[in-house]
Design a protein around this ligand. Structure first.
Ligand code: SAM
Ligand code: SF4
Ligand code: SF4
Length: 338
């Protein structure tokens, strides 16, 4: 088994298929930074689907069991279903999922993604009321369309859909209880995520974080909340079962990346849309696999490069962060994918 320098195995791979997005969420791609003048990756710089597949196969050969497609907004990448088909044909890959803002999740798109081989969907939704939602996405995108996208995902047969809400103090924390009430009894899993200091564009401040404990306290003010055992070692979300007085239930996950980091269990590598491997969300530099791929098509060379990158990995930013000022060169979340 391939282990990093802190004995952590390599189990997950996040693949960013584009650094572009149709939203400008304030905590991820603030419009003041990602405006007209921003230089996104060029079309010709992106890895081709064949290159992504080659790299993914090599990662699976080194122990990766789960792949998640992300971005930017992955549904912006044209013909994504073809890539999904190619990846889902990789033997030994146990799980293929996708994270999306669901703005482009039409009925047809939900069906085609599922039949191409996406097994699970994570959908980002930070508020249920339009004033807050449009303020957050900064492009005046109505929340109703995202809710319709979620309905399409359910109708297409996706199971275990996860709804992800990044909670920012004073911005959308008033929406924790309404969000829980909305999804009660629906069968989806609702996950609350602490606002993280990823990248530099969002000018993150610690006092903007609603902590996992604060989220839990809010939920407990309204619901009977009991802990649920983790699905597997290294699961990032702490799981809870909520029950209302009417006995409607909801599974909730709370991700405490800031207040209670989980670097000791972090088994995730990230591949940028141009083929750099990042060992940590907070890394400032990636390792260029596209160069390896383009100079040397031999699979063994690619495998060796992955082994060298992972076995040298020492990253545990969130556990070391306390008291430190963030580095000025962290990669942006929209570039490597959440
Ligand atoms: N565009 C897709 C979406 O929003 O679902 C996929 C890419 S997005 C970068 C992936 C996830 O990262 C989203 O759930 C988003 O809310 C989360 N995210 C982005 N910036 C974050 C931050 N600073 N703290 C916590 N989560 C963040
Ligand atoms: Fe786009 Fe997702 Fe970032 Fe929002 S969180 S700006 S939807 S990439
Ligand atoms: Fe993993 Fe880096 Fe996050 Fe720690 S800070 S959990 S090493 S991505």
């Amino acid at each position: 088994m391939l282990l990093d320098s802190l004995n952590r195995p390599l189990h997950d791979l996040r693949i960013s298929v584009t650094d572009r997005c149709n939203f400008r969420c304030n905590y991820c791609m603030p419009k003041e930074v990602f405006g007209r003048g921003y230089s996104f990756l060029g079309r010709d710089e992106l890895l081709s689907f064949e290159e992504i597949e080659k790299i993914a196969r090599a990662f699976v050969g080194q122990g990766v069991q789960k792949i998640r497609l992300t971005g930017g907004e992955p549904l912006i990448r044209s013909d994504l279903e073809t890539l999904v088909q190619m990846l889902s044909a990789i033997p030994d890959l146990k799980d293929l999922s996708l994270t999306t803002n669901a703005s482009l999740l039409t009925r047809e798109r939900a069906r085609s993604l599922r039949s191409a081989g996406v097994q699970r969907l994570n959908i980002s939704l930070d508020a249920l009321d339009d004033p807050t939602f449009t303020q957050l996405n900064s492009v005046n995108f109505p929340v109703e369309k995202v809710l319709t996208g979620i309905d399409h995902a359910v109708a297409a047969g996706f199971k275990n859909i996860k709804i992800n809400m990044v909670v920012q103090k004073g911005i959308n924390d008033h929406g924790i209880l309404p969000m829980a009430a909305h999804f009660l009894g629906s069968g989806v899993v609702l996950r609350f995520i602490e606002y993280m200091d990823v990248g530099n564009a969002n000018a993150w401040q610690l006092d903007e974080v609603t902590t996992a404990q604060e989220i839990l306290d809010t939920l407990q003010s309204q619901y009977v909340v009991s802990p649920v055992d983790p699905n597997y070692t290294g699961e990032v979300a702490k799981r809870w079962h909520l029950k209302s007085v009417q006995h409607e239930a909801l599974e909730v996950g709370i991700i405490s990346s800031v207040s209670e980091p989980f670097c000791h269990d972090c088994s995730r590598a990230r591949l940028s849309a141009i083929g750099e491997v990042y060992n940590c969300l907070f890394a400032s530099k990636g390792h260029d696999l596209r160069k390896v791929l383009r100079e040397q098509t031999n699979e063994a060379v690619l495998t060796k490069a992955i082994q060298a990158i992972w076995s040298a990995r020492q990253d545990r930013y969130s556990q070391e962060r306390s008291g430190q000022q963030p580095s000025s060169q962290k990669v942006e979340m929209s570039y490597i994918g959440g």
